[in-house]
Design a protein around this ligand. Structure first.
Ligand SMILES: C[S@@+](CC[C@H](N)C(=O)[O-])C[C@H]1O[C@@H](n2cnc3c(N)ncnc32)[C@H](O)[C@@H]1O
Length: 168
């Protein structure tokens, strides 16, 4: 049974239907779901917590959480110095599923230059305001289409949402 930490089942179904097996995927935030991705894809998993490193054959990038202050925006996010030279040149999917919401994920908007954006982007947990904001900002800044998904999560009797952003 899914724990609620990994991507929703519908997200795996979308990925496995739309991203050709053997493609490169970059994932922010690793977990048990990364193991499933590793069965069919070359995955680069960015992770701050040593507990969730090296649990699959993925390439793990250990980037600790550090404070940032850029153009008046302050927050906590991965150490970009650890990420920026470690990603593959091309990837077909970027998954935004970390760091945990208690740390915040807005750094992906602040440090956009370390990623390439001509790929599909999966923003998980968009039932939460901060993650929905990230999806809306990326789609408006980069003119990306949005497809919204909802999955009922029996364990806490609520809906989980995620959004796929794709080039028009
Ligand atoms: C939403 S999880 C990422 C899940 C991952 N993308 C997956 O599909 O399994 C965000 C962060 O929570 C932590 N984490 C992952 N799995 C966890 C679990 N089962 N319990 C507690 N923390 C977890 C990791 O530090 C991870 O970066």
């Amino acid at each position: 049974m899914l724990s609620g930490w990994e991507l929703p089942e519908k997200a795996f179904q979308w990925i496995e239907k739309n991203i050709p097996f053997g493609s490169n995927i970059v994932e922010l935030g690793s977990g048990h779901g990364s193991v499933r991705l590793s069965e069919n894809y070359n995955v680069w998993s960015v992770e701050h917590d040593e507990t969730w490193l090296n649990i699959s054959s993925n390439t793990y990038i250990h980037a600790e959480i550090v404070p940032f202050s850029v153009n008046g925006i302050e927050g906590l996010w991965y150490n970009v110095e650890k990420i920026k030279h470690s990603l593959p040149e091309k990837y077909d999917l970027l998954i935004i599923d970390g760091p945990p919401s208690t740390i915040g994920r807005n750094g992906v908007l602040t440090f956009q230059e370390i990623f390439t954006w001509n790929c599909h982007i999966l923003v998980d947990d968009t039932h939460r305001a901060q993650e929905k904001f990230i999806a809306d900002e990326l789609s408006s800044q980069k003119s990306l289409n949005q497809i919204h998904f909802t999955e009922y999560f029996e364990q806490n009797d609520s809906n989980r949402e995620f959004i796929i952003l794709s080039p028009k």
